[in-house]
Design a protein around this ligand. Structure first.
Ligand SMILES: Nc1nc2c(c(=O)[nH]1)N(C=O)[C@@H](CNc1ccc(C(=O)N[C@@H](CCC(=O)O)C(=O)O)cc1)CN2
Ligand SMILES: Nc1ncnc2c1ncn2[C@@H]1O[C@H](COP(=O)(O)OP(=O)(O)OP(=O)(O)O)[C@@H](O)[C@H]1O
Length: 180
């Protein structure tokens, strides 16, 4: 069977995501959070790297705001080609980054990479082996390679699950993928 290229999968995913209504996105996102919050990985984690969702991603804003009360929550910040990790505080005004509009904390503490014990990873597509396809800039591939003590959980809508997706040597496997 021919393996589709990364570009084709990203395009197909973008089209599929456009068909999910806002209500469904919210409902599915809540179901994903329930599964995530009940997992041992999440319950045992104290330093958690989450992400601030873009419009067509699993809506993480309520998750970030809720868990900032009980755990140390961090968000990624783009610095050149790399992602810096910064602590998020509940009263933070996140600043949209200039290129993609991702909300980023501006003054939180920057921890050592080894401190992160759980990372919740966005993706355009995942497969059953835990392979992840991102937005094609390699930000998360390079970040995940640094987070040696972190469990890695991908979250996505079912529309983003594939039997197999094209991978490269540098792609880092997820420990688990949660979808709805
Ligand atoms: N919410 C969220 N935060 C994130 C990511 C992400 O995927 N989602 N990233 C994950 O790496 C990093 C930011 N990298 C990004 C890379 C591309 C695009 C983006 O919108 N790309 C357009 C294509 C535009 C272009 O190629 O110039 C797209 O995907 O349609 C967004 C964020 C770190 N923070
Ligand atoms: N660990 C790494 N070290 C150096 N370069 C890397 C590493 N990981 C990825 N890259 C480079 O980043 C580019 C994009 O990789 P890829 O298409 O796998 O990104 P992605 O996982 O889809 O995107 P993202 O991680 O931003 O969501 C490639 O050119 C790749 O060579």
């Amino acid at each position: 069977m021919m393996m589709p290229d990364k570009y084709s999968v990203r395009k197909e995913v973008r089209e599929r995501l456009q068909l999910i209504s806002k209500d469904d996105r919210l409902r599915k996102s809540q179901a994903i959070f329930e599964t995530l919050e009940q997992s041992d990985d999440f319950r045992n984690a104290r330093h958690v790297l989450l992400y601030w969702a873009l419009p067509d991603e699993v809506m993480t804003h309520p998750l970030v705001q809720k868990w900032a009360l009980y755990k140390t929550v961090y968000l990624p910040v783009m610095v050149g080609d790399d992602l810096q990790i910064r602590q998020y505080h509940l009263d933070d005004d996140l600043r949209p980054d200039a290129r993609f509009g991702v909300g980023e904390p501006t003054n939180g503490f920057v921890p050592d990479d080894e401190l992160i014990d759980l990372v919740v990873v966005p993706g355009r597509a995942f497969d059953g082996k835990g392979n992840r396809l991102g937005r094609g800039k390699g930000y998360y591939d390079r970040l995940l390679a640094r987070l040696v003590n972190a469990r890695k959980i991908g979250i996505c809508f079912k529309e983003q699950l594939y039997d197999s997706i094209p991978v490269d040597d540098h792609d880092v496997l997820m420990d688990r993928v949660i979808s709805s």
